[in-house]
Ligand binder design. Structure first.
Ligand code: C5P
Length: 213
């Protein structure tokens, strides 16, 4: 069973995806970490994030054993990731790895921006997880404050809006809800409620597929 989960930054999709993977005993791939790692490596080489060729070369040399590097989780790396993610050349290199991951015989839970639309258009279940930009900014603000970073909520909101705009308007695989994806709006849901709602949507989609087959 392939479960594709897409959505904007701080929508809760990553946490929901992790819990869904644990619930069904499936491997989980956070594809945002791939773009973050490419951005990290491009910057570490002193290269220009806006140059498609150098960013694609970094993607080609990516060490996937470094995807849990805590340095990938900073706001700056997230911003840099959305710059390298605009390059079709980078996306083409990372597509191979993601498709291979999806071929795991038991299935997989994969989250990102273009999983249901480009990476796994034939996924068994597609979820599009979202929340209002104000709520997403509030969550991100609390996380940053928790980790000792001083920033105003307005600044976080402006960053979230910038990243959304970049992800939604780029030419290569923009963020959008697949036509056959179920929408999960987490604006008024805590993480437990979002997880339960996701499971209900998955079970409903699987039930429908069973009836159709
Ligand atoms: O999800 P996360 O915030 O880690 O993603 C970082 C950036 O990587 C996103 O803003 C987006 O530009 C890019 N990304 C993407 N396609 C994916 C996953 C992430 O373009 N499948």
């Amino acid at each position: 069973m392939i479960i594709a989960i897409d959505g904007p930054a701080a929508s809760g999709k990553g946490t929901v995806a992790k819990r869904i993977a644990a619930h069904y005993g499936l491997p989980h791939l956070d594809t945002g970490a791939l773009y973050r790692a490419v951005a990290r490596d491009t910057v570490a080489r002193g290269d220009d994030l806006t140059d498609p060729a150098v960013a694609a070369a970094a993607a080609g040399h990516l060490d996937v054993d470094t995807l849990d590097d805590p340095a990938l989780r900073t706001a700056g790396v997230g911003e840099a990731a959305s710059i390298v993610a605009r390059h079709g050349e980078v996306r083409a290199v990372l597509l191979e790895y993601q498709r291979r991951f999806a071929k795991n015989p038991a299935g997989a839970v994969i989250d990102g921006r273009d999983i249901g639309t480009v990476i796994c258009p034939d996924a068994d279940v597609k979820l599009f997880v979202t929340a209002s930009s104000e709520e997403r900014a509030h969550r991100r603000y609390l996380e940053l404050r928790e980790s000792g970073i001083r920033i105003s909520e307005d600044e976080v909101l402006a960053d979230i809006r910038n990243r959304d705009a970049r992800d939604r308007t780029r030419e290569a695989s923009p963020l959008r809800q697949a036509e056959d994806a179920a929408l999960l709006d987490t604006t008024n849901l805590d993480i437990d409620a979002a997880f339960r709602a996701a499971i209900d949507l998955i079970e409903a989609a699987m039930g429908q597929a069973g009836q159709a087959g």
